[in-house]
Design a protein around this ligand. Structure first.
Ligand SMILES: NC(=O)c1ccc[n+]([C@@H]2O[C@H](COP(=O)([O-])OP(=O)(O)OC[C@H]3O[C@@H](n4cnc5c(N)ncnc54)[C@H](OP(=O)(O)O)[C@@H]3O)[C@@H](O)[C@H]2O)c1
Length: 286
């Protein structure tokens, strides 16, 4: 029997990517993609009604408040979407025996580590966005046992607004960019993350819990920018800067360990460079 899968926040970059690749999984999965105007996850009654009226085997929550800097001033809004609404979703999943697949972030860590963060390392978010995402995780952990919390990092895709697309567009239009050299992490393609989500669903994985999913390797924002500039043969157009003024503090090191995902999937994730190449090609030729 096909699994029935609800995707919330379907108009975000991850939601759009899942939708784009969903055709390949049509034999195994029946998808419903709902964007904010169709299901607002902050409306508890709407959620309860939707779960009562529909059979849902898996709920993939791609809905989130993701503006890290604005979250410093719109803290209540970030908390409402990233924490309170996640409590509503997890309660509905519990009541209807639905597996929740929820996205979280490397920003639940403070960045003081020098080695890749593992799933059970202590969390200590240093900005409002990270605090709201961590509270969302806690709600899931206290309401539900059938969940996957997938912490990922530096997400990008050919859709919506993200670092890779911004750098690509600026370089393409002849601009120069100053990019920070002092934050280390791993850019992760929405396509790679979507394939991992599909793996969990199609294999009906029962090893619930927290997973760290990112591409292979670690780098800095500057080196990602330089990599994209090399694609345009414009390396001198990216200028290194050790400081970048922003409202929110960001962890200086937020590399995630992929060991748990590798032992589950028996596969290494793609190198970040290879996945960036794929998105650059699709931005160029689509
Ligand atoms: N982007 C990153 O670098 C990054 C890094 C690590 C983890 N993550 C996590 O990965 C997940 C996916 O991120 P993303 O980059 O795909 O985010 P995104 O592109 O910003 O998409 C989020 C989507 O959620 C929708 N949304 C907001 N409030 C909602 C509500 N109340 N009800 C229903 N939908 C709502 C947004 O709609 P509107 O645009 O109409 O508000 C948007 O379409 C998130 O959980 C995020 O925290 C992201």
């Amino acid at each position: 029997m096909r699994s029935k899968v609800l995707v919330t926040g379907a108009n975000g970059q991850l939601g759009k990517t899942l939708r784009e690749i969903s055709g390949r999984f049509a034999e195994a999965i029946e998808f419903t993609f709902l964007e904010k105007s169709q299901l607002d996850i902050t409306n508890q009654e709407e959620i309860q009604r939707y779960f009562k009226d529909n059979i849902i085997d898996f709920c993939v929550n791609c809905a989130a408040y993701t503006n890290v800097d604005l979250a410093e001033t719109e803290t209540d809004k970030a908390m409402t979407v990233n924490a309170h609404a996640v409590a509503y979703l997890s309660k509905a999943c519990k009541a209807h025996n639905t597996v929740l697949i929820h996205m979280s972030t490397d920003y639940v860590f403070d960045g003081n580590s020098t080695t890749p963060y593992k799933e059970n390392d202590p969390t200590h978010p240093i900005n409002s966005y990270g605090k709201s995402k961590r509270l969302g995780e806690e709600h899931i952990q206290s309401n539900l046992s059938n969940y996957f919390i997938i912490r990922t990092s530096w997400l990008y895709s050919k859709f919506n607004k993200n670092f890779v697309k911004t750098v690509y567009s600026k370089l393409k239009s002849g601009h120069q960019l100053r990019i920070i050299t002092t934050q280390k992490g791993t850019p992760t393609s929405c396509v790679d993350l979507s394939n991992f989500i599909m793996f969990l669903i199609t294999n009906r994985v029962k090893a619930y819990g927290i997973y760290h999913f990112s591409a292979k390797g670690e780098t800095t924002w500057f080196d990602v920018g330089l990599y994209i500039a090399q694609y345009f043969k414009r390396s001198s157009a990216v200028i290194p800067t050790p400081i970048f003024e922003s409202k929110a503090s960001r962890p200086i090191y937020s590399v995630l360990s992929n060991d748990k995902v590798i032992s589950l999937t028996k596969q290494e994730p793609n190198r970040w460079q290879d996945s960036v190449d794929d998105v650059l090609k699709s931005l160029t030729y689509d």
